[in-house]
Write a protein of this length. Structure first.
Length: 186
């Protein structure tokens, strides 16, 4: 195939002057269309501070991640991982830590998106000994909006005695809880 040199100020008409397969440009995917289920964007935030509650009602963990969907039909895949949840041991009764997700759309009032099925309802056994777990959970959320969506884990104590920790630090460790949001195409 013969090569033709083009002058500095000449333009190329890709539809008529080029034949064959063209390489993908820098940063391109080469895709001509996108099927459902693709990850469109990712947002992440983390928390390393200690936080606990003795409340029997859900309270905020102080960890929030925000994402703005590009289409109202897209979904948000939520991941909560890491950290160290535990309880303030009093050696008497088992305690539980229940965790759920709250969503605030466009800066509105936050509401529980898991309802009566919390993400975790962990037995943090009492007595003396091992008492810590890492968060590990996910949820596929359909907010039906193109406004900003702020997701926050909330938690509460569901046992009789003691104080559950959403994240428990110590002199030797500073655990990190990570909240990741992924926009998934419809």
């Amino acid at each position: 195939m013969a090569l033709t040199r083009i002058g500095l100020n000449q333009s190329i008409n890709l539809a008529t002057n080029i034949t064959g397969t063209l390489a993908t440009g820098n940063g391109g995917t080469g895709a001509t269309s996108f099927a459902p289920g693709k990850v469109l964007q990712v947002a992440q935030n983390s928390l390393t501070s200690e936080i606990s509650t003795s409340s029997a009602s859900f309270v905020t963990s102080g960890l929030t991640t925000t994402i703005t969907p590009t289409s109202s039909s897209n979904k948000i895949l939520i991941f909560l991982n890491g950290g160290r949840n535990s309880y303030g041991d009093n050696g008497q009764n088992p305690n539980k830590l229940s965790t759920t997700f709250y969503s605030s759309i466009g800066g509105g009032t936050a509401s529980d998106i898991l309802g009566s099925h919390p993400l975790t309802n962990q037995d943090l056994f009492s007595g003396t000994g091992g008492y810590s777990f890492q968060h590990s959970g996910s949820f596929l959320y359909s907010p039906n909006t193109t406004s900003s969506v702020a997701i926050s884990p909330y938690f509460k104590a569901t046992g009789d005695l003691g104080t559950p920790f959403f994240n428990h630090t110590s002199q030797s460790i500073t655990p990190r809880v990570t909240l990741t949001l992924m926009e998934i195409s419809a």
